[in-house]
Design a binder for this molecule. Structure first.
Ligand code: HEM
Length: 263
C-alpha cells in the first residue's frame, strides 16, 4: 500500500487491491472484537488500537460500520509502516556518514531529534502534495484558476539553496537548537495540519524515527555489497537494494542505556 503511493500504473493497482483486501480483513477483526467484547469471549485489551477504533461512534452516536472503522484503523497503521522508509534512509545515512553513529547511540535526545529532521529533509519520500484551488486567485502575481490542481514541491523546497545552506550536504547540526519553521521544513506537507496540507502524524513520525535510528546506531552489523543508489525517478523511492544488513549484534557498551532504550 505504501509502495503504490502517488504512482500510476501496475504498482498503484496492486496497492489498491491490497487496500481492499486489508479493509475487508480489518473490518472482520472489528466485528469479531465487538462480538467478543459484548459476549464472554474476552475482547481485545481495552486500550489496544482495535478496541479503541471498534468503539468509535459517528456524529449520531452510532458505532461506525465495520468498513469505516477498518479504514480509520488502516489510516493509522499504513502511515506508521511508512516510517520504515525513513528508517531505511537513516540506515543509509549512518552507512555513508558513520560519524553520526556514536552521538546518536549516546542517547542524546537533542541529537536524535536533529538527526531525524535531517533524514526527513535530506532524503526524498513524499515528493509533493497537491490540492485543488477552491476559487480563482492570485499568488505572488500568478493567476490560479478555480479548480486548478496546485502541487507543492516538497523535495524541491527541502533542497532550496535560498532556504538551506549547502542543501545537498547531510548535516543534522543545521537543526541543533533551532526552532523549526513549519513553512520551511516540509517533508510531510506544509503549513498547519488543522487547516493546510500537512501530515497530522508528523510528531509521531519524528518520535518513532528517533527511537528506531538510535536502536540502529547501537547495533553492530555488516553491510554486504549491494546497490545503495536512491533513484529519483521512483515514487516513493528507496535504495535500489533496500538496505540489507548481516551479522547483527547489539554493541555491549551502549546496550539498553540512555533515553532511547530498545523497547
Ligand atoms: C513516512 C512518514 C510520513 C509521511 C512522509 C507522511 C506524509 C503525509 C502527507 C504528505 C500527507 C498529506 C497532507 C495533505 O495533503 O493534506 C499526510 C496525511 C496524513 N497523515 Fe501522514 N505521513 C507520514 C506518517 C504518518 C503517521 C505516522 C501518521 C499517524 C500515525 C500519519 C497520519 C496521517 C493522516 C491521518 C493523514 C490524513 C490527514 C487528512 O486527510 O486530513 N502520517 N501524511
Amino acid at each position: 500500500m505504501v509502495d503504490g503511493f502517488a504512482t500510476p500504473g501496475p504498482r498503484h493497482w496492486r496497492a489498491r487491491a491490497a487496500r481492499r483486501r486489508q479493509e475487508a480483513w480489518v473490518a472482520g477483526l472489528v466485528s469479531e472484537a465487538r462480538a467478543r467484547s459484548s459476549g464472554d469471549g474476552g475482547g481485545p485489551p481495552a486500550r489496544s488500537a482495535i478496541a479503541v477504533v471498534a468503539g468509535f461512534r459517528d456524529a449520531d452516536g452510532r458505532p461506525l460500520d465495520p468498513r469505516t472503522a477498518a479504514i480509520e484503523l488502516l489510516n493509522i497503521v499504513r502511515p506508521t509502516v511508512a516510517v520504515a522508509w525513513f528508517v531505511t534512509f537513516a540506515a543509509h545515512a549512518l552507512h555513508r556518514w558513520p560519524e553520526h553513529r556514536e552521538p546518536l547511540a549516546s542517547g542524546d535526545d537533542a541529537y536524535a531529534t536533529a538527526f531525524a529532521h535531517e533524514v526527513r529533509r535530506f532524503y526524498p519520500f513524499a515528493p509533493f502534495v497537491g490540492g485543488a484551488a477552491v476559487r480563482t486567485m492570485r499568488w505572488r502575481g500568478e493567476r490560479i484558476p478555480g479548480g486548478a490542481l496546485v502541487l507543492l514541491d516538497l523535495f524541491g523546497q527541502n533542497h532550496d539553496p535560498g532556504l538551506w545552506d549547502e542543501p545537498y550536504r547531510f548535516d543534522p547540526a543545521r537543526f541543533a537548537g533551532a526552532e523549526i519553521d513549519p513553512d520551511v521544513l516540509v517533508p510531510q506537507g506544509g503549513g498547519d495540519p488543522r487547516t493546510g496540507h500537512r501530515c497530522p502524524g508528523e510528531t509521531i513520525t519524528v518520535e518513532l524515527l528517533k527511537c528506531l535510528a538510535v536502536r540502529l546506531a547501537r547495533l553492530r552489523y555488516h553491510v554486504p555489497p549491494q546497490d545503495l543508489a536512491v533513484p529519483l525517478r521512483r515514487v516513493p523511492t528507496r535504495p535500489r537494494s533496500g538496505f540489507v544488513i548481516a551479522g547483527v549484534h547489539t554493541a555491549p557498551a551502549t546496550r539498553g542505556t540512555g533515553a532511547h532504550r530498545a523497547s
